[in-house]
Design a protein around this ligand. Structure first.
Ligand code: GLN
Length: 536
C-alpha cells in the first residue's frame, strides 16, 4: 500500500443515529475543500452480503453506485457532499468479509491453518480498508464503522482498527462520536456516557484521537476540559456537534469547530490553504432564502420511513435550490389512495412523483395518481416502478387494454406491457442479480429529457428486473406515449414521455442517485421548473 495514504476511522458510542455518516461526509468535504483527495468507506456489521435484499423499512433506501454495488444510504450522502463517485470498494459488510474468507478456505488458500476471526477475518477487513489507499488515488480514506461500540458484531472491525493504529501509527487516527445528553431536571449536560464509551474503546485497545460530541446545548470550556481530561484527548480535539437545521450546514459547523484542522494536525499533514467553500455557502444561502415554493406529492408505499426515499428527497433539495424554490414534499401513501379520496389527496399539488418499488402493494394507488396527473396536466415524474406504472396506466386508459399489467404483478396478463428482461429469465438468486449500475441511454433530440440534459447520450444507474415490452411500442407511440430514451446497445426503452402533456416523463433508471449539491440532477431540475410553471 502507498505510505502516503492516511486513514481516518469514525466510530460511534452511547447510541445509534448520532449522524456518523453526515460527520464523515462533512469532514471529507472540508478536507476536499483544502485540496486533499478524499474518499469515504462504510463498514456495516450485518451478515447480509449487501443491503440489496433488505426491506427499506429495515435500513432505508438501498443506494446504487455506477459499478452496480447495492449499498448503504450513507454512500449517497458521501456522493452528494463530495461530488465524487463511490464504488463496490466503498461498501463492505460482515457478510462479504466472511464470504470472501470462506471462499479462500474452500480454495485451499489457508491450507493447514485453522481459520479464525483473528487474524483471518481482521486481515480481510484491513485489506478492504487499504484497498482504497492502494493506487495512490486518495490522500485520505475515511472509514466509517457502522453500529455502536460494544456491539458484539462490530468487535472484529474495532480489532482491525486497533491493528492498523499499531501498524501505521502516523497514518491513522480515530474519531469517536458520542452523545452528551442534557438532563433538564438537573439543568446540566452529562459527560459520563461519553467517558464510559471511551473506556469501552480503551478496553479494545483503541484510544480515540478526537471526540465529536453530539449535544443539544453548547459545550462550555468546563465541559470540554472535563471530557478532555477523562478521555485522554487534547482540548481542541473535543468537538461540539449541535443539531443543525439542515445536514448541509454540518460542514460549516465542523469548520467552526476546526475539526478539519485538528484532523490534519493529528495526521501530520499541512493545513494547506483555507478550505474554499464559497459554492457550498451559496447553496445554503439559496436553500434558506427561496423566492418561491412548490408542493410535490411523492407517492410511494414506504412513506412512513422517509429514509426509504432519501436520495429522492435530497435530489429535490438540490433541484429546488437551482430553481431558487423551496420544494415541499407531501408524502402520500400509495395504499391509501382510492377513487373516493384521490381528488382530495392530490389537489393543490404542483407536481406528482411516483416512486420506485417492488411488488403489488400500493400499485393501484400509483396508477390512479398517474391518471390524475395525466388528465389534469399536472407535471409527472415516474421513477423505475413509477415509470412502469405510467406505461400500465396509459395502456389501460388510453389504449383501452383494461387487463394491461406488469408480469411482476400479473404473470398471465393479456397485455404484459412491462415484462421481465430476457437476461433475467434464468435468474433465481435474489441478491445482486438485478440489472444494476450505470448504462448508457440515447435521447431523442426533440424530447423533454433532451431539453433537460442538453446532451444526447447520458449515463444513468439502474436497479430493476422488468422493462417496457418492446412488442407494444408502435401502439404506444401511435397513441401519444413516446420512447424518448433508449439503450444504444440493446434498444431497451429507458424513458417514456407524453409530448402533448406539459411535463410527463418516466425513467426506467434512478436519476436521484446521481444528484449532488454541486450537480443537481437535470431531470429533477426540469421537473421542479415544470411544477413552478404549473403553479403559475
Ligand atoms: N420492480 C420493478 C422491477 O424490478 C421496479 C424496480 C424499481 O423500482 N427499482 O423492474
Amino acid at each position: 500500500m502507498s505510505n502516503s495514504t492516511k486513514y481516518v476511522f469514525v466510530t460511534g458510542g452511547v447510541t445509534s443515529s448520532l449522524g456518523k455518516g453526515i460527520i464523515s461526509a462533512s469532514l471529507a468535504k472540508l478536507l476536499q475543500a483544502r485540496g486533499y483527495s478524499t474518499t469515504i468507506q462504510k463498514l456495516d456489521p450485518y451478515i447480509n452480503i449487501d443491503p440489496g435484499t433488505l426491506n427499506p423499512y429495515e435500513h432505508g433506501e438501498c443506494f446504487v453506485t455506477d459499478d452496480g454495488a447495492e449499498t448503504d444510504l450513507d454512500l449517497g450522502h458521501y456522493e452528494r457532499f463530495l461530488n465524487v463517485r463511490t464504488s463496490q470498494a466503498n461498501s463492505v459488510t460482515t457478510g462479504r468479509i466472511y464470504q470472501s474468507v470462506i471462499d479462500k478456505e474452500r480454495r485451499g488458500d489457508y491450507l493447514g491453518k485453522t481459520v479464525q476471526v483473528i487474524p483471518h477475518i481482521t486481515d480481510e477487513i484491513k485489506e478492504r480498508i487499504q484497498i482504497l489507499g492502494k493506487n495512490g488515488e486518495y490522500d485520505i480514506v475515511i472509514t466509517e464503522i457502522g453500529g455502536t461500540i460494544g456491539d458484539i458484531e462490530s468487535l472484529p472491525y474495532v480489532e482491525a482498527v486497533r491493528q492498523m493504529m499499531w501498524e501505521e501509527e502516523n497514518n491513522c487516527i480515530v474519531i469517536h462520536l458520542t452523545l452528551v445528553p442534557y438532563l433538564a431536571a438537573a439543568g446540566e449536560l452529562k459527560t459520563k456516557p461519553t467517558q464510559h464509551s471511551v473506556k469501552q474503546l480503551l478496553e479494545f485497545g483503541v484510544q480515540p484521537d478526537i471526540l465529536v460530541c453530539r449535544t443539544e446545548h453548547e459545550l462550555d470550556l468546563n465541559i470540554r476540559r472535563k471530557i478532555a481530561k477523562f478521555c485522554n484527548v487534547s482540548m481542541n480535539a473535543v468537538i461540539e456537534s449541535r443539531d443543525a437545521s439542515t445536514i448541509y450546514d454540518v460542514p460549516l459547523l465542523m469548520q467552526e469547530e476546526e475539526l478539519d484542522k485538528v484532523v490534519l494536525e493529528k495526521l501530520q499533514l499541512t493545513t494547506r490553504t483555507a478550505p474554499n467553500l464559497d459554492s457550498w455557502k451559496d447553496f445554503i444561502t439559496n436553500f434558506k432564502n427561496p423566492e418561491t415554493e412548490v408542493n410535490i406529492g411523492l407517492i410511494g408505499k414506504y412513506v412512513e420511513l422517509k429514509d426509504s426515499y432519501k436520495s429522492i428527497s435530497e435530489a429535490f433539495i438540490h433541484a429546488g435550490v437551482s430553481n431558487k424554490c423551496r420544494v415541499n414534499v407531501k408524502w402520500i401513501h400509495s395504499e391509501k389512495i382510492n377513487d373516493d379520496n384521490i381528488v382530495d389527496e392530490l389537489k393543490g399539488l404542483d407536481g406528482i412523483l411516483v416512486a420506485p418499488g417492488f411488488g403489488s402493494r400500493g400499485i393501484s394507488g400509483k396508477i390512479q395518481s398517474i391518471k390524475y396527473a395525466r388528465e389534469n396536466n399536472v407535471p409527472f415524474f415516474g421513477i423505475c416502478l413509477g415509470m412502469q406504472c405510467a406505461v400500465i396506466e396509459y395502456a389501460r386508459n388510453v389504449l383501452g387494454w383494461a387487463d394491461a399489467h406488469s408480469t411482476e404483478i400479473a404473470e398471465d396478463s393479456k397485455y404484459p406491457v412491462i415484462d421481465i428482461m430476457e437476461e433475467q429469465k434464468k435468474v433465481s438468486d435474489k441478491g445482486g442479480t438485478m440489472r444494476l449500475g450505470a448504462y448508457k441511454c440515447q435521447l431523442k433530440s426533440t424530447s423533454k429529457a433532451y431539453l433537460a440534459y442538453n446532451t444526447e447520450v447520458i449515463n444513468e444507474r439502474h436497479r430493476h428486473r422488468y422493462e417496457f415490452n418492446d412488442k407494444y411500442l408502435a401502439d404506444f407511440e401511435k397513441a401519444g406515449m413516446i420512447a424518448t430514451g433508449k439503450n444504444p446497445d440493446t434498444g431497451l426503452v429507458e424513458i417514456i414521455e407524453i409530448p402533448s402533456h406539459p411535463w410527463f416523463v418516466g425513467a426506467q433508471f434512478h436519476p436521484e442517485y446521481k444528484s449532488t449539491v454541486a450537480c443537481p440532477h437535470p431531470l429533477f431540475v426540469a421537473f421542479v421548473k415544470a411544477a413552478i410553471e404549473n403553479k403559475k
